[in-house]
Design a protein around this ligand. Structure first.
Ligand code: THU
Length: 140
């Protein structure tokens, strides 16, 4: 299902604001992510790099972690990712796997929208980017 226009506008603004707060002294590549939750909440995150490079956390996973801390039903229905490249960048595989954990309980998909400062937008879905995420019942 496409993200409603009013929600999309709000998500883009939140992702852009988050990207501006990125801690990216190593790559200077600022990423902002904004999640739309099933209850209507919008939660954002930015990438946070570290001098020990492998400890870097991506914007998308930071946003998911924040949403969990906030409590409630954390089903994600849409995510907007803001990067300053052209075309706008896709979430990495690790972030796709983590987003899949919070896909709607009814088996619904997550809308994924990529945007850059020029306003270029790419619309896709989590299922298109990662059709077969690992699931808890795979190791049962
Ligand atoms: N990054 C993200 O925040 N999200 C992704 O999905 C891919 C990469 C960040 C990590 C690092 O701080 C910078 O982008 C360059 O890789």
């Amino acid at each position: 299902m496409a993200v409603p226009a009013a929600a999309l506008e709000r998500l883009v603004a939140a992702a852009q604001a988050a990207a501006a707060r990125a801690h990216a002294p190593a790559s200077h590549f600022r990423v902002g992510a904004a999640l739309l939750l099933a209850d209507g909440d919008v939660v954002s995150g930015c990438n946070v790099e570290n001098a020990s490079y492998g400890l870097t956390i991506c914007a998308e996973r930071n946003a998911v972690a924040r949403s969990v801390v906030q409590g409630g039903r954390r089903e994600v229905t849409a995510v907007v990712v803001h990067t300053a490249c052209d075309p706008p960048g896709y979430p990495c595989g690790a972030c796709l796997q983590v987003l899949a954990e919070f896909a709607p309980d009814d088996g619904g998909d997550i809308d994924v929208v990529l945007v850059n400062p020029a306003g270029k937008m790419v619309h896709t879905t989590l299922r298109a980017l990662m059709p077969h995420p690992f699931r808890f019942d795979h190791d049962a």
